[in-house]
Design a binder for this molecule. Sequence first.
Ligand SMILES: Cc1cc2nc3c(=O)[nH]c(=O)nc-3n(C[C@H](O)[C@H](O)[C@H](O)COP(=O)(O)OP(=O)(O)OC[C@H]3O[C@@H](n4cnc5c(N)ncnc54)[C@H](O)[C@@H]3O)c2cc1C
Length: 658
Amino acid sequence: MTDVSNRNSGRSRDRELGMHREITRRDFLNGMAVGAGGALASPWLGGLLAGQTSAASAQDRPGYYPPTLTGMRGSHPGAFEVAHALRDGTFLEKAGKPVDTGETYDLIVVGGGISGLAAAYFYRKQAGTAARILILDNHDDFGGHAKRNEFHLGGRIQLTNGGTVSIESPFPYSKEARGLLTELGIDPPVLQKKYSANSALTGLGFGYFFDKETFGNERLVTNAPGSFYGGLGASGKWAEFLARTPLSSQAQQDIVRLQEAKVDYMEGVAQDEKKARLSKMSYKDFLLNVVKAHPDVIAFYQSRTHGLYGIGIDAVPALDCWAIHFPGFQGMGLDRVPSKGLSFTALGEVTPQEEFHFHFPDGNASIARMLVRGLIPGAAPGNTAEDILTAKLDYSRLDHPDSAVRIRLNSTGVLARHVGDSASAKQVDVVYGREEKAYSVRGKGVVLACWNMVIPYLCPDLPAEQKEALHYGVKVPLVYTVVGLRNWGVFQKLGVRGISCPGMYHTSMNLDQGPAMGDYKPAQSPDDPILVHMLRTPCQPGLSAREQQRAGHYELLATPFETFERNIRDQFARVLGSAGFDVAREIEVITVNRWPHGYAYEYNPLWDPDWPEGKRPCDIARRRFGRITIANSDAAAAAYTDQAIDQGYRAVQELMSA
Ligand SMILES: Cc1cc2nc3c(=O)[nH]c(=O)nc-3n(C[C@H](O)[C@H](O)[C@H](O)COP(=O)(O)OP(=O)(O)OC[C@H]3O[C@@H](n4cnc5c(N)ncnc54)[C@H](O)[C@@H]3O)c2cc1C
């Protein structure tokens, strides 16, 4: 993967790239306001909040509005230090005796992502609107991975998703998940029909950038067949496209064969046996050892699974790649029916369901915002799926003493312990860390809608078997970078809306223009500013999926914003420079949504056993423990919004019947 941080850090190259340019980032150090007048502050920095009680916190200050923060976002500085200190066994030691807030609740939810918000929603629906609920989250904003990035460029609001993109799932939404959307006023198929066709980008195609470090020669090749997210592409077009690339002629021929020929590479083998074999080999091994493709072909496909799996084709089973329509299987006579040996995502791909794929301009942050609007009166105006987009959320309402539901941000749960014996206790004490202090609250029940790996530290009384199961999954790290440009003229000139860059630091760059909905009107002219969405997955081919993910966590946390910025600018310069793009001039703003703990870990047939029904680690991990229940998408081992909602629902039912 091309990384210029060491290779090209000379001052003159930095000038060419515009590293000296004042972009919005300059007001922020890694995502935190430090300039004079900045209303926001990291809860971890400089003791700005030291000594404050929960009632006088940053989120109550005038102007607190995290969606407009830029720089390092996602897991931003200030969000993870308490949790890491908890893991290292130092937090409670340093923080001392928790300050008793004297607050009591019917329900305390740890984790303010979609699962935690949904749990609060379901609980309130059953217990009534007087139920007192506290939601704690370690980030400066709610929503978990469903975060909103809001920019104001050229006098116009521009929205995008900092994490979760769209309402889609490999499986049909459950009655509860779909019901929740309906009650919020979200009807995905109707919204899709109404808003999918209004993009000014319609008509632009896709391209590939071949970097010299990976492909020997540097070249942007536009007018690629199909889209680069898999798919077979238009028949007959591959040879013409590949002839313009720096790939060797053998590699070109093999790609054409792979994309277009109908060959049964396992002739004479029974269908079940074919599927069994394909589920136990990586797609890379399939290409090299079954298709017998030239090794140069690998680099072309290596990162194609990054967006969906967070790892490359070396670690994704070939059978999964068949299910998600990768090339090479079209002559193998495999029936598209659910079968053993597929991961959750791939199994869903071959399971029939209602066709829709709706994407709010700020992704599923809109669902989180609508949940908050429903839970907390006065948090945001409006009542439709359209007006939520431009509704300005009043963060000072979120943790208001007058409200039955409170959301306390910048607050990491560090201990959940029953008052008395877990089998008979009627209450649970929860301690949370804010800044370097600890505070305690008491609840009649607790839903842990945070990540599985945190729970053993947070809940030390759990049985050993459950703790072990909670530690099993390793969340998938990934980065969604957003770059604001002055205009998209260069993309228009090249005729592309997206460019796959298989060997670069970010492996894709796509113009990002959500639908015009309600008062939200994205730019329509190529002369207007636009956002570019880029994907980086810090994977390390050669290791197992879990090891790649662990290595990625460390890499992401150790990489400063400046390294991201230099690599981003270098990539823009190299990919678009030949078309006249002046990187030092055109980039207005950069936000790096860093998710070291991103997708929930899905079981991978290459590395994980085929557990019997009910015996998967997630089944054991999510067992109720007294008056503490466990939600979150990790509890389903499936990285989808509906799964997070379903787990929130289950956790509440378990608590209600405890
Ligand atoms: C980059 C990205 C893109 C995605 N795209 C899609 C998509 O297009 N469609 C889709 O359906 N799904 C998508 N997903 C998956 C989807 O976002 C998740 O399944 C879902 O949002 C998870 O919600 P959650 O509440 O279970 O977890 P999270 O969103 O992770 O929320 C849990 C919250 O708990 C907090 N927390 C953890 N520990 C503590 C603690 N000790 N104290 C307090 N708070 C704590 C976390 O920081 C987090 O804020 C995507 C995920 C990622 C990362």
